[in-house]
Each structure stands twice: as C-alpha cells, then as structure tokens.
Ligand binder design. Structure first.
Ligand code: ZN
Length: 141
C-alpha cells in the first residue's frame, strides 16, 4: 500500500497555517487512500483579492476577510493515478467527497474542530450547501 508524502510546495504551504491544521493534514495523509497536496494555506490581502476577482472566492480580502488570511484554512487537491483532479466532473466530485469524509473523520478523532467548504453549516447535509468549495477546510474557533 502506498504511503503518500507531501512535496516541497505542499509542506511549505502547510507550515504557514495554524499548528492544529498542520497536525491534522499530516495525520490525514498518513492514512489517506488518495494522494493529496496542499494548494493554498496563508494568503495576504492582495492574494485573496486577486482570487476574488477571478471569481474563485466570495471574499474580497478587504471587507470580507478569508480564513486563509488568518492562517485558519487549507485548500487541498486530490491526485488519482498520479494525475491532479479538481473535482469539476461528477466522477471527480465523488472522490473529493470521499476525501472530505476522511478528513472530517480524522479531525473528529483528533478533536480538531473544522468546517468543509462542502458543508458550511456543518449539518452533515451536502445537498443544502451554497457556495461549493470542495477543497477548502477551515479551523472553527
Ligand atoms: Zn480555501
């Protein structure tokens, strides 16, 4: 069975977020059935604003701040058979939900409170979610 490891970029991004998120994502990868990478961790106001203007976030980083600006969020990506998938097709989305389940279960076991961009209100119902951000996990203070 393959044991996955974070590459240099993923490790550097992870090192910039809250220590509980670092612990969580290290533990997640050790037991993960899928290879994952860390696409984003800490963001400056300017970086968040650029993402907002691309339409990839609802938070402009100025009036509405992102948890990424507080080092309280991580965006992960999934690799299947060595190829990055972004979750945009129905088949890829299924893989993301499986990985999200693994992350949420690991967080629960470690007693680290997190929220997924697939279930903002944390009611366990993916179907009532508004802005879908499958790769986003944030720390809930
Ligand atoms: Zn995010």
């Amino acid at each position: 069975m393959t044991i996955y490891r974070y590459g240099r970029s993923s490790s550097a991004r992870l090192a910039e977020v809250h220590t509980d998120l670092q612990k969580l994502f290290r533990e997640v990868l050790i037991s993960s059935p899928w290879d994952i990478g860390i696409l984003s961790g800490f963001r400056t106001k300017e970086e968040q604003n650029a993402i907002y203007h691309r339409g990839a976030s609802q938070r402009d980083g100025v009036i509405l701040k992102s948890k990424h600006q507080e080092r309280l969020a991580v965006d992960f990506g999934v690799y299947v058979k060595g190829k990055y998938i972004n979750g945009d097709t129905p088949g890829e989305e299924l893989v993301y939900y499986a990985v999200i389940g693994h992350i949420l279960a690991t967080a629960k076991r470690m007693n680290i409170p997190v929220r997924s961009g697939s279930d903002w209100d944390r009611d366990g119902d993916f179907s009532d979610n508004g802005f879908k951000d499958l790769g986003h996990i944030e720390y809930v203070l």
